[in-house]
Design a protein around this ligand. Structure first.
Ligand SMILES: [Zn+2]
Length: 273
């Protein structure tokens, strides 16, 4: 029993938000106390059953969500790579157009070379031609680089696609596993949820919020507990004072454990359905 905490005054969720007195006051004022205590206990038992069902699913819901996230990330990465490929293709197109222009200019200058007037003109045209050769080489280099980059991106996309396929299969398997567990307990869970709704409707909002708060803050998720071994709190196992034991046994008072803040009830009281 890991919940055993001896002689330690634990700060409870109720301490922080409201006092026991104020909670007890609203509890008492909002209807039949004995009946509400029975409903609270039944609610706790119902929640325990629901928790058991949910725990059967283990880590499957998280695993499914995680694989879905991973697939989405892979799809996004693949889309980014496709975008990059489009960019490189555009660059290849531009460089090709530039080469067409360079070739046209080269032809023009070569034509001019055939009837130059003097050596200065000859030199100047040759300089232009050399420059065009250089520009053509640069354009070719850019095209080559872009093609390499495209090939790399395409390889990466293929790799991602096969990874996506694998993860989709994993996802399908996990989903089927989870669905079969959910299906096998669906009817029971539905009944329990209906019961839970019925019980929560019979408890005032303030008590219900305290119940949820205690449940959320304690490790065993028990907000409503019974007396353990005649005089101890069934939640924290600290000793309960005799007066409180009398109050619990009466089933007519909201008793909260002074050590852990859990609601203590008499389990022999049955809920009238
Ligand atoms: Zn306690």
């Amino acid at each position: 029993m890991s919940e055993i905490v001896k002689n330690t005054k634990v700060e409870t969720p109720i301490d922080q938000r409201e006092t026991f007195v104020s909670l007890r006051k609203s509890f008492t004022e909002s209807g039949d106390v004995a009946e509400k205590l029975r409903v609270l206990y039944a609610l706790q038992e119902t929640d325990n059953e629901i928790e058991k069902i949910v725990s059967l699913r283990g880590a499957l819901p998280e695993e499914v969500a995680q694989i879905e996230d991973e697939i989405n990330a892979l799809v996004a990465k693949s889309a980014r790579l496709e975008e990059m490929i489009s960019g490189y293709e555009k660059s290849i197109e531009e460089n090709k157009n530039q080469m067409v222009e360079i070739d046209a200019d080269t032809a023009k200058y070569q034509q001019q070379l055939t009837n130059v007037a003097n050596s200065r003109e000859f030199d100047s045209i040759n300089k232009e031609l050399e420059n065009l050769v250089l520009l053509r080489q640069i354009a070719e280099k850019h095209i080559g680089e872009a093609r390499v980059a495209i090939a790399e991106r395409k390889d990466a996309i293929t790799e991602i696609a096969s990874r996506i396929e694998i993860r989709k299969e994993d996802l399908q398997a996990k989903k089927e596993e989870l669905e079969s567990i959910v299906e096998s307990t669906a009817a029971q869970e539905e009944q329990l949820s209906a019961k839970r709704a019925e019980y929560t409707a019979r408890i005032d909002e303030r008590t219900l919020s305290a119940y949820d708060r205690i449940r959320g803050s304690v490790r065993n998720h028990l907000a409503v507990v019974t007396v353990y071994n005649e005089n101890a709190c069934g939640g924290c196992f600290n000793t309960i004072t005799p007066q409180r034991l009398v109050d619990i046994a009466s089933g007519r008072k909201l008793v909260i454990c002074e050590h852990c803040g859990r609601i203590l009830v008499n389990p022999l009281a049955e809920v009238q359905e």
